[in-house]
Design a protein around this ligand. Sequence first.
Ligand SMILES: Cc1cc2nc3c(=O)[nH]c(=O)nc-3n(C[C@H](O)[C@H](O)[C@H](O)COP(=O)(O)OP(=O)(O)OC[C@H]3O[C@@H](n4cnc5c(N)ncnc54)[C@H](O)[C@@H]3O)c2cc1C
Length: 469
Amino acid sequence: MTQSLQAVIVGAGPAGIRAAQTLVAHGLRPIVIDESARWGGQIYRQAPRNFTRSSKKLYGFDAPKADAVLSAMDALLSKVDYRPNTLVWNAEGGQLDVLFEGSPSVIDYTDLIVATGATDRILPFKGWTLPGVFSMGGAQVALKFQGCAIGQKIVFAGTGPLLYLVAYQYAKAGANVVAVIDSSHFSQQVKAVPALLNQAMVFAKGVYYLAWLKAHGIAIHHGATPIEVKGAQSVEKLIWRNAQGEHQIDCDAVATGYGLRSESQLADILGCKFVFSNAENSWIPEKDLSGRSTLQHVYLAGDGAGIQGADAAEWAGELAGLALIEDRQLKQHVKHSTRSQALAGYLQKRMAFGHGLNMAFQDPPNWARQTTDDTVICRCEEITAGDIRQTAQSTGAQDLNRLKAMCRVGMGRCQGRMCGPAAAELLADCTQQSIVKVGRLRGQAPIKPIPFLQNPTVKTMSCDAKEDK
Ligand SMILES: Cc1cc2nc3c(=O)[nH]c(=O)nc-3n(C[C@H](O)[C@H](O)[C@H](O)COP(=O)(O)OP(=O)(O)OC[C@H]3O[C@@H](n4cnc5c(N)ncnc54)[C@H](O)[C@@H]3O)c2cc1C
């Protein structure tokens, strides 16, 4: 065992767990940090300990994979320093600032694997801040973690694989799913089939969810966009549009999301270089196929460095672990091992599948142009689409950080995690620039909301990104 080396893994999802397993297999005892109470990450999120739903009920077709990943971590518990309920909110110079049950502390590392996963990508529409509107992932967390539905009459609107999966999970659990509104056209999805066949089993599951929803009489509208949620106090109806015109559905809850975006704030604050991914239409931290970031001894794995899905997250976690072992020369024979090559091969095949997903699930055409001025974009700071357009025009802001400084979009508690992609689309549209040109919001600590810290002996940071003003 190398005494001077302290490996830390942030994230105990499929990527973080496989990375930990790899490090332990090579004689290390990594610290594994996760803000959740139990390991598993998003897809294999575990129910609270006193809940008794079976693995099959929680994870459906993915139950065998969930069991494999969850039991792998269970077997590692005595061999790693596992820190659940621990949020990493800042990082600098070989140290992570963490918060555990309200107490701040600092964790030193020499080697870091960032496996922080993803969150929903939101394209706002009028009324999306009304009670009863949830992000797609949030709706799934309610069902998976707490065993409850978000409403009595639910519409699922947006696009992406989670749209059909979560609608299916709700309907299967007995909830009243009144419609699925998908911005993608069915013809696009058919065209994507050859690329989707690169992961035939995953593709087959998607087809099954769609067929199941149809067979159970649930209305599915393709090429359709939500335009307004109406209600006095909470959701009462959804107005949506397709080529035939405007329509409305009575409902008391709406789940919305347009795919996922990488939770890349930690990589950002560490100083990793970012690149624009055309496939994902967003900025992601740069890495090589083994997960090496542009910083020495900092590795990136899983959805936090580009959306690839749960299987790929497992492979990427193992690869990042092997890269760390190779870089520290802990085992000479790891270099170019057949295992690393096989994992890299799986990941490349998964990229072809990802290309199919991007073809199959597309944003509403002209989303930015069609969004009305009174639509709230940044809910933390209550900045509307009109505020963004007006600021861009009056100040000449061409860059997203400049726009933030001038009108506070993305400056609130979520630090642009929710509104960043939409603000970028709007700025690109109203300044007639490409989405690449408007740039990306710079990461700021705290990377996720934290309470005001009470212990004055530990260094603290303002919760507001004032340096941007
Ligand atoms: C809400 C949601 C639901 C999803 N459901 C499904 C599904 O049902 N089926 C499916 O195929 N795919 C689903 N996905 C996609 C799937 O989760 C991912 O492909 C897969 O889980 C990626 O694994 P990962 O290890 O990269 O990240 P994750 O599984 O997301 O794990 C990342 C972990 O990092 C932790 N973390 C993040 N930031 C910090 C921090 N600053 N400090 C401490 N801990 C941190 C998180 O708590 C999390 O446990 C879902 C994604 C989301 C966002």
